[in-house]
Design a protein around this ligand. Structure first.
Ligand code: PLP
Length: 268
C-alpha cells in the first residue's frame, strides 16, 4: 500500500466542469475517462445540470467561492499532473478558475471551451466569452474548440481547411500554446479531421465518420483523454493522437440508453 504522495506513482488529473446527471458528459465523462486511462481523477464542480439523453433541463451554477475552495482544497494538499476545464458558465467563475490556475502554476492546462449543448442549452453566458479569451486561454497549454466554438472565439466564419488554419493561428496569438480544432461539425460527410497547431506546424488527424445518434459527451471525453495523457507524460501530439483513437472507438460503441442522444462509451 502506498502511504504518501511522495511514494505514490499514480498520476493525477483534475476536471473543473459541470455535472451531467445523465452521466454522459461533464464531470462524469471526465472521471470515467480518467479511470479508464488509469489516472487518479479529481473534480471541482462549477455547475449542476439536470440532464438526460433528451437534453439539459435546468442549470444550477455553484457560487464563485465554492468553485475556488474546491480547487484550493486540491492545490493545497494533493496537487495534480494535469487539469482540464469544461463547462464554466459565467465570467465570474472563469475569473475565479483562472486565478486558481495561476496560483498553482499547473503546467498541463487543457481548456475545452464548452459553450452550447447539442440540444441548444447555453452552458456559457454570452458575456463570459471575453473573459475566457482574456483570462483563461492565455493559461492553456491546449484548447479544444469545435468549429462553432472556434468561430465564436475568433469572430471568423470557418468553412474551409484554410479557414481552420487561420482560426488556429488567431487562437495562438491569444496565447494558447496548442490549438486543436475538432472536425466533428464540419461538412465532410465521410470523414472527420481534427487540426492541431503548435505555433509552428499543423498536424491533421482524420477518421471515418460514424453515423450514430449516441454522441453525447464526445467533446468532454476527447479533452479528458488529452488531459490524462499529458498527466502521464505524453507530449501534446501523442495526447491528441490518443484522444482521436479513443473517441473514434467511444463513438463506435456509443450507448443506446434513454429516448434521445445516448452517450459515447467511456471504456472503449
Ligand atoms: N453538460 C455538461 C455539464 C457539459 O460539460 C457538456 C459538454 O461539454 C454538455 C452537457 C454537452 O454535451 P453534448 O453537447 O455532447 O450533448
Amino acid at each position: 500500500l502506498k502511504k504518501s504522495t511522495e511514494e505514490c506513482e499514480m498520476k493525477k488529473a483534475l476536471t473543473i466542469a459541470g455535472s451531467d446527471s445523465g452521466g454522459g458528459a461533464g464531470i462524469q465523462a471526465d472521471l470515467k475517462t480518467f479511470q479508464e486511462l488509469e489516472v487518479y481523477g479529481m473534480s471541482a464542480l462549477t455547475a449542476i445540470t439536470a440532464q438526460n439523453t433528451l437534453g439539459v433541463h435546468a442549470v444550477y451554477p455553484m457560487t464563485v467561492e465554492a468553485v475556488a475552495k474546491q480547487i484550493e482544497a486540491i492545490g493545497h494538499d494533493i496537487g495534480t499532473d494535469a487539469v482540464k476545464t469544461g463547462m464554466l458558465f459565467s465570467a465570474e467563475i472563469i475569473e475565479a478558475v483562472s486565478e486558481q490556475l495561476e496560483k498553482y502554476q499547473w503546467e498541463n492546462v487543457v481548456v475545452d471551451p464548452v459553450m452550447i449543448a447539442k440540444g441548444g442549452a447555453s452552458l456559457l453566458q454570452q458575456e463570459a466569452i471575453l473573459s475566457m479569451k482574456k483570462n483563461l486561454l492565455p493559461l492553456a497549454k491546449v484548447v479544444t474548440p469545435n468549429i462553432p466554438e472556434a468561430e465564436v472565439l475568433t469572430g471568423m466564419v470557418i468553412r474551409t481547411f484554410e479557414d481552420k488554419k487561420e482560426a488556429a493561428k488567431r487562437l495562438y496569438e491569444i496565447g494558447v500554446k496548442n490549438i486543436v480544432i475538432k472536425g466533428g461539425h464540419d461538412e465532410n460527410k465521410s470523414e472527420s479531421t481534427d487540426l492541431l497547431f503548435d505555433g509552428a506546424e499543423f498536424y491533421t488527424f482524420t477518421s471515418k465518420r460514424i453515423q450514430t445518434r449516441n454522441t453525447h459527451g464526445t467533446g468532454c471525453t476527447f479533452s479528458a483523454v488529452i488531459t490524462a495523457e499529458l498527466a502521464k507524460g505524453s507530449n501534446v501530439y501523442q495526447a491528441v493522437l490518443s484522444a482521436k483513437d479513443f473517441i473514434q472507438a467511444a463513438i463506435e460503441d456509443g450507448i443506446a440508453i434513454g429516448q434521445g442522444h445516448g452517450p459515447t462509451n467511456h471504456w472503449a
